[in-house]
Design a binder for this molecule. Structure first.
Ligand code: CO
Length: 172
């Protein structure tokens, strides 16, 4: 089921999400709905707070390019991370990011190039993962949401001011 996306500057985006304690049917429903919502809005990642649920859960699904040039995001390719923690990070890289909670805005953001993350899957099994490509950027972006942060907060003072002015005009 597609849920409604929480859009900036909604105060819920500032909440520090809580740890998931039960890996139950309600969590599975949430993750399934997050996938439906991400697909419906053509996103590559989504944190639970973006559908108004302040739990430390996120999904990422980097589209595969098919032979026909079509991008696909099969559900089985969805990376579901519950209670993720970055345990190592180094290097830095600038990458153009967007966010379903700030639709239509794309900005270069600097983040660590390489990260190591420990997390749980929907059944409560522990995993770890290392990446130094686009996935590393996506993980950092989504974990920021769990800590009440949106990517535009990483812009320089001047760029942020310009963004806020344009955003106000657009959402009037
Ligand atoms: Co986002």
């Amino acid at each position: 089921m597609v849920r409604e996306i929480v859009v900036y500057p909604d105060k819920r985006l500032k909440l520090i999400s809580k740890e998931v304690k039960s890996f139950d049917g309600a969590l599975h429903d949430l993750l399934d709905d997050m996938y439906d919502t991400m697909r419906a809005k053509n996103g590559v990642g989504l944190a639970a707070i973006q559908v108004g649920v302040d739990l430390r859960a996120l999904i990422i699904n980097i589209p595969l390019e098919g032979e026909d040039g079509e991008h696909d995001q099969p559900k089985e390719n969805t990376l579901e991370m519950i209670n993720p923690v970055i345990t190592e990070q180094d290097g830095s890289e600038k990458f153009q990011e967007g966010c379903l909670s700030v639709p239509g805005v794309y900005e270069d953001i600097e983040r660590a190039k390489h990260v190591k993350v420990v997390y749980f899957d929907r059944d409560g099994n522990k995993h770890s993962l290392e990446n130094d490509a686009f996935l590393a950027i996506a993980i950092q972006h989504e974990i920021d949401h769990l800590d009440g942060k949106v990517f535009i907060e990483k812009l320089s003072y001047m760029k942020r001011k310009k963004f806020e002015k344009e955003w106000k005009k657009r959402t009037k």
